[in-house]
Design a protein around this ligand. Structure first.
Ligand SMILES: *Cc1c(COP(=O)(O)O)cnc(C)c1O
Length: 358
């Protein structure tokens, strides 16, 4: 028997979440975002689950090539574009569509020859990470238009706060800036991330770019389940030990949890070296035999401890759900001071992987 920790990816859940994105934005094409190994769900799984997407969007060149080798024939958008001119050849050979967001990339294209590229000009409408400032957009667009290697120019911008109605920088403010600086330019536009798809579906565009929602995660405060999203990853393990603590006894490093009353605890084969957040405090939700209980004390590298009070019959071999079905990843993340996105991406290579719903 191998170590009992398994991350199961549910391909049918991913398929259903993609269908939901389409339902929210009828008539809009979908770039399914598959960066970071499909948010930790496995690129080959995403390839299967998102067969109905209009394109896939990511940032890693080797992963894009892997998708071509798997047989993906539809568009691939590279959301950080080329990092150096020597990558251009691969962009051409594999028909990858770069996002062009800085002047260095314009220079790379200027000096390029060979097969033509469909590019996406990124406009900085207030996020202030990537993209051309509004006053430089027209010049960048004209430069691209004049390049023989550029066959097609689309536009994109990215929302900073689509999940937060009280933000100062609203999507509406960003769109206003975007439209002011692109007036008169006729090009396809890709816009909405998951938060905008779910909460601002009145925002029209040609293409949306949902990520976390496709994996059943919520982009904000509202529970993913309330939107009808299904969790795509379930992380499960087992109890590998139980202990009886007497009042005053503690468990784990730093003795962060000390029993006030006699308490039976379980030790789970999952720790921070598996991607479980080390900062998850006592009280973080976890399921034993499907029953909700709490993490106790400090998460260690290979193990964590749980309260067995709600499940007196639990013993070595009892099933433990770290997150997924019946326990939203976003809830575990919130308890640990992070977001579901980070937990999905952080599942370690040593965790065994299974797939269902294929
Ligand atoms: C990651 C990313 C997305 C997807 O964001 P979600 O919040 O996961 O939906 C969309 N667009 C860009 C540019 C991104 O980097």
């Amino acid at each position: 028997m191998p170590r009992p920790l398994v991350a199961t990816t549910d391909i049918s859940a991913m398929r259903s979440n993609l269908a939901l994105a389409r339902l929210m934005m009828p008539g809009t094409r979908v770039w399914a975002v598959v960066k970071a190994d499909a948010y930790g769900h496995g690129l080959a799984n995403a390839f299967q689950a998102f067969a109905a997407a209009d394109g896939l969007s990511l940032v890693e060149l080797d992963r894009a090539i892997a998708l071509r080798e798997l047989g993906w024939q539809k568009p691939l958008m590279m959301m950080e574009g080329m990092f150096s001119a020597d990558e251009l050849e691969s962009f051409q050979r594999y028909h990858l569509q770069p996002v062009i967001h800085n002047p260095a990339q314009l220079d790379m294209l200027q000096h390029a020859s060979g097969a033509s590229l469909h590019v996406h000009l990124k406009i900085n409408s207030g996020m202030n990470r990537l993209g051309f400032a509004p006053e430089h957009v027209r010049e960048a667009y004209q430069r691209l238009q004049a390049m023989p290697v550029v066959s097609n120019i689309s536009l994109l911008t990215h929302f900073a706060n689509a999940e937060n109605p009280s933000a100062v920088l609203t999507p509406q403010r960003q769109l206003q800036r975007f439209h002011e600086c692109t007036q008169g330019i006729t090009a396809e536009l890709s816009l909405s991330n998951s938060a905008a798809v779910l909460l601002q579906s009145q925002i029209a565009c040609d293409w949306i770019r949902p990520g976390v929602m496709l994996y059943g995660g919520s982009p904000g405060e509202q529970a993913a389940q309330d939107f009808g999203l299904q969790p795509a990853m379930t992380l499960m393990s087992e109890l590998i030990s139980t202990q009886q603590l007497q009042p005053g006894e503690s468990v784990g490093y730093g003795s962060l949890f000390t029993a006030e009353h006699a308490i039976r605890i379980g030790i789970v084969a999952c720790g921070y070296a598996d991607g479980y957040p080390r900062h998850a405090p006592t009280g973080t939700p976890i399921l034993v035999d499907g029953v909700r209980t709490r993490v106790l004390g400090r998460v260690s590298m290979d193990m964590l401890s749980v309260d067995l009070t709600p499940t007196p019959a639990a013993d070595i071999g009892s099933k433990v759900t770290l997150w997924g079905n019946s326990l939203p990843i976003d809830e575990v993340a919130a308890a640990a001071g992070t977001i579901g996105y980070e937990l999905m991406c952080a599942v370690a290579p040593r965790v065994r992987r299974e797939t269902r719903g294929a």
